[in-house]
Write a protein that binds this ligand. Structure first.
Ligand code: FPP
Length: 229
């Protein structure tokens, strides 16, 4: 096990490649998402064990609604199932769960399940796992500006930051995207202003704790200057 000289406080991951993983195994795209969900559990448990404080995962974007109807329906059912089965795992690992994104677009039942898991894990003091659900960074920033104006506040970095869905989670230290794509896809644009970025060819269902450890090891060797010298 690594000694983690300098652990990133906040890791964010764009989980990409479920569809390609399924195709390469002769399976349906939905099987890829099922497998991807197993990786979510494995990576979350690992982050919790090694002492990461925040792990934000891009689970469903504002653009994902344009996928074929059956795939969207499958993802909704998978999320419902996920929260029901995962509550005990969160509690066992002292993981607090939080959702970010525009949740009102989801079914009432899914919204209730999400809220329920947030409430039942609110006392957990270990890792905070944040799932980005119907999330788009531009949408989040637009909503934040609206809040600042509604609250009659000045438009300052601090006020915008405090109005984001991620207000209490802090900036992202380490951003990872799997599957070989090198883009941010409208994910945490504000919060990644100074994050270190790593892109791996590994498809999300194959992404394992060992590779995360290797990336953290490389992260510790990068000199972060935050615009200074
Ligand atoms: C990207 O793969 C993945 C998604 C759009 C959804 C992410 C969902 C999961 C990891 C599983 C469900 C999550 C939870 C928390 C239960 P893709 O479909 O874009 O893959 P492709 O680019 O290879 O087609």
């Amino acid at each position: 096990m690594n000694s983690y000289k300098q652990l990133p406080n906040h890791i964010a991951i764009i989980m990409d490649g479920n569809g390609r993983w399924a195709k390469s195994h002769g399976l349906s795209r939905t099987a890829g998402h099922e497998e991807g969900a197993k990786t979510v559990r494995e990576i979350t448990t690992h982050c919790s064990k090694i002492g990461v404080k925040y792990l934000t995962l891009y689970a469903f974007s504002t653009e994902n609604w344009t996928r074929p109807k059956l795939e969207v329906e499958f993802l909704m059912k998978l999320l419902e199932r996920w929260f029901k089965s995962e509550l005990s795992i969160y509690l066992e690992n002292n993981v607090r769960f939080k959702a970010i994104g525009e949740l009102s677009k989801f079914s009432k039942s899914l919204q209730k399940t999400i809220k329920d898991v947030e409430e039942k894990t609110a006392h957990c003091t270990g890792l905070t796992q944040v799932l980005a659900l119907n999330y788009g960074s531009r949408d989040e920033i637009t909503r934040a500006f609206k809040k600042v104006i509604e609250n009659n506040l000045d438009i300052t970095e601090e006020n915008i930051d405090a109005s984001l869905d991620t207000a209490t989670f802090g900036d992202v230290d380490l951003l990872i995207r799997t599957s070989g794509e090198v883009r941010l896809s409208n994910f945490l644009l504000w919060q990644c202003a100074y994050s270190e970025m790593f892109f791996t060819d590994t498809l999300w269902p194959d992404f394992a704790p060992k590779e995360l450890d290797e990336i953290i090891e490389q992260f510790t060797k990068r000199e972060r200057r935050f615009g200074g010298i």
